[in-house]
Design a protein around this ligand. Structure first.
Ligand SMILES: [Zn+2]
Length: 103
């Protein structure tokens, strides 16, 4: 069973067999609502994990698990000078300024 939502009228249709090609109500295009919601939920988790790691810049505990990551210093950060690149608090500030909240 899967749910599909219409991009035109927002109607949600639950189907058990094949994927609908268009909205049963208005004929508009549809998308897989369950896949969309799963992707959004996964993106929110990944964003929260990234935020936790970015604040620590080292392995960090997050909801009962240890997050490990890799800090990548881009050319843009390096070009800001050695004091920015070598001081994690400066790097965090730069990253926070460069990344939107939903990243
Ligand atoms: Zn529709």
């Amino acid at each position: 069973m899967a749910r599909f939502q219409c991009l035109t009228c927002n109607a949600v249709e639950t189907v058990t067999a094949s994927e609908p090609q268009s909205c049963a109500r208005c004929g508009g295009p549809v998308f897989d609502l369950d896949r969309y919601m799963t992707t959004r939920a996964e993106a929110a988790i990944i964003g929260a994990q990234n935020d936790a790691f970015r604040k620590a810049l080292a392995p960090v505990e997050w909801q009962g698990q240890t997050l490990r990551g890799r800090v990548v210093v881009t050319r843009g950060i390096r070009d800001m000078g050695p004091e920015v690149e070598s001081d994690p608090s400066q790097t965090i500030r730069v990253l926070t300024l460069c990344l939107p909240d939903e990243y």
